[in-house]
Each structure stands twice: as structure tokens, then as C-alpha cells.
Design a protein around this ligand. Structure first.
Ligand SMILES: [Zn+2]
Length: 379
């Protein structure tokens, strides 16, 4: 059985494998191939760094129009040593349509390139994480006219796609997939069909796994971002306006990830009181990655001004809320929620850290493929 066949069989309930080789070269095939090429390079890099304790991990696409991502292993096809990461076809197309459209409208990112030649924006009232919301009449897949704005949209899409990928990779490497398999659940997936408005039981283990996966993706994203900012050949080029300023780059990173959290959960109405079984409230995830990012910057990039970096990350959160409201044509933006999330975060962290250290971490050790991390509690 090939990796592709095992992937297909294991994820059949969610749509099976999406074979991009069936797409015509001038279709969206290159777009999928570019992302997959990068993700497979990340897997190779991981293997090269840790050759002795690397599981076999295969990345592929899932034939599903929803926005979703999955981490699972090959138990269903009796290949317990194999692990898989899948991202839906819908996620990639959705992100491209949405972010390219934003840069094709003069109202978004007015400081990037030459926005005056771009079109006027029409709201998308039913903006939900499903391709159908972008396929209503009048919502076409448009590209920015200005090449700089096109490159910038690709930069944003790459950041959000990498976040999704690294988040799933953490679910494998940190033992989350092995741990939930033990409990009889075959697949860790990101979007749930049902949501509850009350915290009915203790979801801390599942929330912790998401927090750790977000943290891993944040550190990986930061490393990529800082490496790009350090590339001297960009200085003096037209690209330097968004790669060469670390604080702008951090703001953009926070913007796209906040966007993902909010869109893929409860959108602009997200509240710190909304729980689901598997994921922390999106607003808490936003606040947590900002705090984690600030701690990681303090540790790994000491030359970066920590307070300016933190400010940029928080500004990115607020900018995402404004952008979602604008995209949906809402007149009012509720940005108080993020401030409340930052206030609530210390207690949320305290509860989670105690649970992690005392209960979950000892059980997770035997399923993980790397030293288990600590939560960064930078304030
Ligand atoms: Zn997850």
C-alpha cells in the first residue's frame, strides 16, 4: 500500500484524498503543488534534524470543500507507525480567494503597493469558512492588479497555510494523535460540526493540545518570519516594505492567524464564554499566541524590541477583527473581547498549566516524538 492509498483509506469518511494531478496545469494545480512542496520540505527538515525518532509522516490534500485540517495515523489501515497530515482542498482555495480578494480591493492594506488601481469592495455578508460563502453571485476569484499587492497576498496566504500545517504537525510530534487514538478517536480535526455554549465537562486536555499545537506553529512561523526579515537581498527591493520591518511582519502574522481563529470558529461574534469540546475559545487562542510569541521573541531573538513586538502582535489581532467586520459589511466592530481575553488569560493559563503538568503530560510522554514542551507564560 502506498502512502497515498493509506492516506485515502484513512480519511475516506471526510472525503478521501484529493488527487491534484487530475487538475490541468493551468488550473489551480500549481497553487496546491507550491504549498505541498513547502510542507514536504518542512517534513524533510524535521527528519534530518531528528533522524532517530522520526515517525513516517505523509502530507496530502483532502477532497472536501469545507475549511479544515486533520492529523491522524494509519491504524485504520493497520499501519500504526504511519502518520498523516491533511488539509482540505476547500481551505486552500478559500484562503486564496479571500486574501487575494482583500488585496484586490483598495480599502484593504492601503500602505501596500499601489491600492488606487484596485477595485472597490463589496461586502460578503455570509462570510463563513466554507467555499459556498465565496461562490455567491458577485464574489469572483479576483487577483490584485498591482504585482506588489499580489506578492503580499501570497505572503499572507503562505503564513496562514504554514500555521495550519505546523499546527497539525505538532498534533503528531507531540503525541496528541497517539493519545486520542488510545481513547478510540481516530482523527484530530480542527473544525467541529457542533458547538456548545456551556462548558459541560472538563475539556482541558483537548484545549491543552490545541494550545500546544498553536504554540509550536507560532514558534515555527516566527522562525520563518525572522529568517525572511534577515535576508539582505530583500533590502532595497520593493518587497522590503513588508519583509524588512520586523514589527510590520509580526503584525501581519498576527493578523492572518487571528483571522483563521475567528473565521473558523464563531466569526466576529466570538466570545470568551463559547466552548467546544476540542478547541479553546478562538479569542483565547489569539491572546495565547500573542503571549507565546512575545516569550519566544524574548528567548530566541533578543535583539528585537520585545514591547514593540508585543504591540505589533496585539495590533494584528484588532486589525483582523476590523477586517472581518468590514468584509461582512458590519457597521460596528466589537473589539472589547480581545481585551477581556488578555485579562482572563492568566487564570486560564494557570488552570491549564496545572492540568498539563500534573495529569496530561505524564500520559503524553509515550506517544510523543520529541521532548514535551512547557507553556510559555510571558506577561
Ligand atoms: Zn488542532
Amino acid at each position: 500500500m502506498t502512502c497515498e492509498e493509506a492516506f485515502h483509506e484513512s480519511i475516506l469518511n471526510y472525503g478521501g484524498r484529493f488527487d491534484t494531478s487530475t487538475l490541468l496545469p493551468d488550473d489551480t494545480r500549481a497553487l496546491f503543488e507550491d504549498h505541498a512542496f513547502r510542507f514536504r520540505k518542512y517534513l524533510e527538515a524535521w527528519k534530518a534534524t531528528y533522524p532517530k525518532n522520526s515517525p513516517l509522516i505523509h502530507f496530502d490534500w483532502v477532497k472536501n470543500d469545507e475549511v479544515n485540517a486533520y492529523a491522524f495515523n494509519g491504524a485504520k489501515v493497520k499501519l500504526n507507525d504511519w502518520y498523516f497530515i491533511g488539509i482540505t482542498k476547500g481551505a486552500i482555495i478559500y484562503l486564496h480567494i479571500l486574501f487575494e480578494r482583500m488585496l484586490a480591493c483598495k480599502q484593504f492594506f492601503p500602505t501596500i503597493g499601489i491600492p488606487d488601481g484596485e477595485m472597490d469592495f463589496n461586502p460578503i455578508p455570509d462570510l463563513i469558512p466554507h467555499l459556498a460563502s465565496l461562490e455567491t453571485p458577485g464574489i469572483e476569484w479576483v487577483l490584485p492588479k498591482d504585482p506588489i499587492r499580489k506578492v503580499f497576498s501570497e505572503f499572507l496566504i503562505r503564513m496562514i497555510a504554514d500555521f495550519l500545517f505546523y499546527h497539525e504537525l505538532s498534533h503528531v510530534l507531540d503525541g496528541h494523535v497517539g493519545f486520542i487514538n488510545r481513547g478510540g478517536r481516530p482523527v484530530r480535526f480542527e473544525l467541529c460540526a457542533t458547538r456548545r455554549t456551556k462548558k459541560k465537562k472538563d475539556y482541558r486536555s483537548h484545549h491543552m493540545m490545541e494550545i500546544l499545537a498553536d504554540s509550536y506553529a507560532m514558534t515555527a512561523g516566527l522562525a520563518e518570519l525572522m529568517a525572511i526579515c534577515d535576508q539582505p537581498y530583500l533590502i532595497g527591493t520593493s518587497l522590503s516594505q513588508f519583509y524588512n520591518n520586523r514589527y510590520d511582519a509580526l503584525r501581519h502574522w498576527s493578523f492572518v492567524v487571528s483571522f483563521y481563529f475567528r473565521l473558523c470558529a464563531n466569526g466576529i461574534t466570538s466570545s470568551p464564554d463559547v466552548y467546544d469540546e476540542d478547541h479553546p475559545p478562538p479569542i483565547m487562542r489569539q491572546a495565547r499566541v500573542c503571549q507565546h510569541g512575545a516569550a519566544a521573541i524574548r528567548e530566541y531573538w533578543p535583539a528585537v524590541d520585545i514591547e514593540k513586538a508585543r504591540k505589533s502582535l496585539i495590533e494584528g489581532c484588532a486589525a483582523a477583527d476590523h477586517a472581518i467586520a468590514y468584509l461582512m459589511g458590519l457597521s460596528e466592530v466589537k473589539v472589547d473581547a480581545i481585551n477581556k481575553a488578555f485579562q482572563d488569560l492568566p487564570q486560564y493559563d494557570t488552570d491549564n498549566v496545572a492540568h498539563w503538568e500534573n495529569e496530561l503530560k505524564p500520559k503524553m510522554v509515550k506517544h510523543s516524538f520529541r521532548a514535551l514542551p512547557n507553556i510559555r507564560l510571558d506577561r
